[in-house]
Every structure is written in C-alpha cells, then in structure tokens.
Ligand binder design. Structure first.
Ligand SMILES: *[C@@H]1O[C@H](CO)[C@@H](O)[C@H](O)[C@H]1NC(C)=O
Ligand SMILES: *[C@@H]1O[C@H](CO)[C@@H](O)[C@H](O)[C@H]1NC(C)=O
Ligand SMILES: *[C@@H]1O[C@H](CO)[C@@H](O)[C@H](O)[C@H]1NC(C)=O
Ligand SMILES: *[C@@H]1O[C@H](CO)[C@@H](O)[C@H](O)[C@H]1NC(C)=O
Ligand SMILES: *[C@@H]1O[C@H](CO)[C@@H](O)[C@H](O)[C@H]1NC(C)=O
Length: 439
C-alpha cells in the first residue's frame, strides 16, 4: 500500500482528492482532421502521452462499424518548457475515400480508443459549392464563438473551417497544457470537418514548434505554408510571421516568398484558372486595418504589404505579388474585430462600380476576421476610417463563406454578441479572374 499511496501523493500534491485523477497516458485525445490536398484522402491527427500504435478504424455512415482500418505513425514532440513534457502526435491518412460520402471513425490503438466521430470526404469536383466558417484569434479562455460553431459544424453547415492563426493563447503556456486544453476544446468542431490553419504571432514560442507539431496541413513545410483546391477555388495559406520573427531565420521569408511566386504562377496558368478561377489567400496579419492598436496594418508602410528594407537583402512585400497574379480574395485576422474593405490596391479604392463595388472589382478584396474570442478581448477602431474601409464591427463572431460557383462567392459576418445575427454580407461577383480582371 505504502508505495502506491506515496505515488499518488507525489503525483497529486495537495490537490483535492476529487481532482486527483492521474491521466491515462495511452488514451487518445485532441482529435482533429485535415485535408492533405490529395484526392480521396483525409488526415486524422491526435495526441497521447505515451507511445502507442496509431490506428484509425472507420466505415461508411450507417454501415457496420469499424470494417476498415488504417495505420499511421506517431512523432515525439517535446514541449520547450521547463518540464519538457512529451507528447506523441499521431497521424493517419485515410485514402480511397468516396467523395461526398460520410464516414464514422475512431482513432487510437488497442491501448485506448477515442470517442466516435464522423466526417464527409471532400467532394473534389470543381463544380462543388463548399461552405466555410472562418475566423482567427480563438483562445482557450473566452472562446466566445465556439458554442455556436460546434452546433453549426455538427449540423453539417460547413465543409471546412479556416482558422486564420492565433490559437489557445498560447499553446506553449503551462508547459504546453494550454495547447492540450485548447485542442480538446476544438475537437467538437475539428474532428468533424477539415480544420485548416495558418500560423499567427501567438504561436511564436520555441520557433512555432507547437503549431508545426500539432497540425497536419498539406505539403512538406510543417503546416507553415501550403495550398489546396476545393470547389472552384485555390486556397493559399501562408505565414505573415516570417516578416516579424527574423530571429528564426530570414531565409524562411525568402523561401516562402519564392514558393508563393511559383504557386501563384501555377494557379494562374490559363488551364488551371479555367477550372479553379478563384485564388483566395489566408494569413494572420493583414496589410490594411483601421484599428487603433499600432499594429503593422495601421501603418502605411506595413511590412506585410510593402516588405522590409531593414533586412539584408531587403524583403519583398506581398501586395504587388498578389495583385500581379490576380488574387481575388484575401482573408486575414490578428485584429480582434471584423472589417470588410472595398476592393483596394496601394491604398486606392478600385470599386467595380459605385453602385456595385463587388461586381467585377478592379483590385483584390480583403476581409479581416479576428474576433472569434480570446482572453485579450476586443480591439478598438480609430474614429475615422480611411476610404477603403467598407464595414467595421467589434462584436465577437466569425465569417461564413459560400463558394457558389466560378463567378459568385457569398460572405457573411455572424455576430455572436447578437445571438448569431448576420450583421454584414456581400456577394463577390467576377466574370473575369486573373490580372486581366483589373483592366
Ligand atoms: C459533387 O458536387 C457536384 C456539384 O454540386 C455534384 O454534381 C456531384 O454529384 C457531387 N459529387 C458527389 C460524389 O457527391
Ligand atoms: C525555425 O524553424 C524553421 C522551420 O522548421 C527552420 O527552417 C528554421 O531553421 C528554424 N530556426 C531556428 C533559428 O531554429
Ligand atoms: C524603408 O522603409 C522605411 C519604413 O518602412 C521607409 O520609411 C523608407 O522610405 C524606406 N526606404 C527606402 C529607401 O525604401
Ligand atoms: C466604392 O463604393 C462604395 C459603395 O458604393 C462607395 O461608398 C465608395 O465611396 C466607393 N469608393 C470609391 C473610391 O469610389
Ligand atoms: C453562379 O451562381 C449565381 C447565383 O446562383 C448565378 O446567378 C450565376 O449564373 C452562376 N454562374 C455560373 C457561371 O453558373
């Protein structure tokens, strides 16, 4: 008895007995899924605290349970904090999925299985009209929009979720336990639809290692930058943080820029653009905003927009690159507000027409949606916005995007403060895509 008693005493310290439950180290938790950009596939990712096998058992919805199984691998992730906590991150790729079919799955190993979840394999047809929820800046504390997103996601309202940086506040805190808690919180959405991400400034610790280890985005860049296709869109996710955390390597900035150039060139080829005419970018820190917090976007010489000339060599910005390749829509977060811009390039508004600014606009359209809810609460706006600012709100909430077809995208802003009310909406209509559209 004595040694066991001592073990619990040392493990639990002076915690009340009811809270003193040692974790089951082989039990899967923090389940989430992502689309790896390969037809008929889905990646399932989860965590255990001991090494176990990595298995997913699954079957078509309504069929006999667990008739199919797939194996993957785990990687050891050691948190950078003082405790050097060990996490085993498991990844299993399901392939040969039937597009548009719903699957039931659980994951784990013979030493412990997760709850049951379900997802719908992506319909990979370019004529598919996917629906998204998108937002940034959602934390472990005060994740205000999460309850609404849970219900809507589980009810099948979305085909994918885009989380535009800043998770948990912050994943590395308390020796990574805040990251664990957050990943458990979002399981209720992220285990059901592809949860696609980009890094934000709150992921900075230990060279973004929590972000790079916990997510499983397409490509070989540890989720830092990648692109994928869905419906008639090519979606590019990248890191704005390479412009700010130079101590992790200026070469990363140039590597990403070169990749962006080649990815955009490829996506903009007439034969590709004919099939997927929409090019949409997502990244954390915007080029424009009318917040009052002195962030990069409040400055005319935004690093993200114009680049940096205090580096050797100078670092190119992104506004010209995106404009030259005819990017249609740019999604951002970081500001804890919602802001929609008129079509804008180089601080100048290029409405399609005054009556219908979003019908054949002559410049990219920017949406900033970073108010999902976190412990830092809201940001504020400057009293008088510039003429490129079309709509602003400080309500907590998120954005819905419906990619209707090759010419129409519908966007709306949901206010969680106002019980889910839609407080803003636009339809972006383009008969011509690519740089030709600007003429
Ligand atoms: C995919 O979406 C397209 C367009 O809505 C539809 O015609 C097609 O039947 C869908 N495919 C599947 C397998 O559901
Ligand atoms: C930070 O991580 C990136 C991506 O893995 C790597 O290329 C870079 O060398 C790292 N920087 C430092 C200073 O360790
Ligand atoms: C360099 O950047 C600074 C601030 O971003 C700007 O004020 C300055 O005009 C730039 N200099 C050159 C030579 O481009
Ligand atoms: C763009 O269109 C909006 C809506 O009609 C209008 O309020 C704004 O003044 C226009 N901006 C310019 C520069 O034409
Ligand atoms: C796209 O959908 C809109 C709205 O339903 C419709 O008016 C338009 O004709 C469609 N465009 C194409 C190319 O099918």
């Amino acid at each position: 008895m004595a040694p066991l008693f001592l073990f619990f005493l040392s493990f639990c310290g002076l915690m009340p007995v009811a809270l003193c439950v040692p974790p089951i180290w082989t039990q899967p938790e923090q389940v989430h899924i992502s689309y790896p950009g390969v037809k008929g596939s889905m990646v399932i990712t989860w965590t255990t605290f001991d090494k176990t096998d990595s298995m997913v058992e699954y079957n078509l919805w309504g069929g006999k349970l667990f008739t199919q199984s797939a194996k993957g691998i785990s990687t050891l992730f050691v948190d950078g904090g003082t405790e050097k906590r060990k996490l085993y991150i498991h990844r299993v790729t399901l392939s040969d999925l039937r597009p548009g079919s719903t699957y039931v799955y659980h994951c784990g190993s013979e030493e412990g299985w997760s709850d049951l979840f379900y997802f719908t394999a992506l319909n990979e047809s370019a004529s598919f009209s996917p629906r998204f929820a998108l937002f940034g800046d959602m934390g472990n504390e005060n994740p205000q929009s999460l309850a609404r997103l849970q219900k809507e996601t589980q009810a099948g309202m979305y085909d994918a979720i885009l989380h535009i940086g800043d998770f948990a506040y912050d994943m590395h805190e308390d020796n990574g336990r805040i990251g664990d808690e957050f990943m458990k919180q979002i399981e209720s959405i992220a285990a059901y639809v592809p949860y696609m991400t980009c890094p934000g400034n709150h992921e900075w610790a230990y060279n973004f290692s929590h972000y790079r280890n916990r997510f499983s985005m397409p490509g070989q860049t540890e989720s830092l930058w990648y692109s994928w296709n869905i419906g008639s869109a090519h979606i590019i996710s990248f890191s704005t943080e390479v412009y700010f955390y130079l101590e992790y390597g200026l070469d990363l900035l140039f590597e990403q820029y070169k990749w962006l150039q080649s990815d955009l060139e490829e996506a903009n080829k007439p034969e590709n653009r004919a099939i997927r005419p929409w090019i949409i970018t997502m990244a954390h820190r915007p080029m424009y905003c009318s917040d009052d917090d002195h962030d990069d976007c409040t400055k005319f010489e935004s690093f993200v927009r114009l680049g940096r000339n205090d580096t050797k060599p100078p670092a190119p910005g992104l506004e010209d690159l995106f404009y030259q390749h005819g990017v249609d829509l740019e999604l951002w977060a970081h500001e804890h507000t919602y802001e929609r811009l008129w079509p804008v390039y180089n601080y100048k508004v290029y409405n399609g027409s005054t009556d219908e600014p979003y019908v054949n606009p002559k410049a990219p359209v920017h949406i900033i949606t970073g108010s999902a809810g976190c412990r830092e609460k809201h940001d504020g706006f400057i009293p008088k916005p510039r003429d490129w600012s079309a709509f602003r709100s400080t309500d907590y909430g998120y954005t819905r995007m419906h990619l209707i077809n090759t010419t129409h995208i519908y966007l709306e802003q949901v206010s969680d403060d106002q019980s889910g009310k839609v407080i803003d909406s636009i339809t972006l209509i383009k008969d011509v895509h690519g740089p030709e559209a600007w003429r």
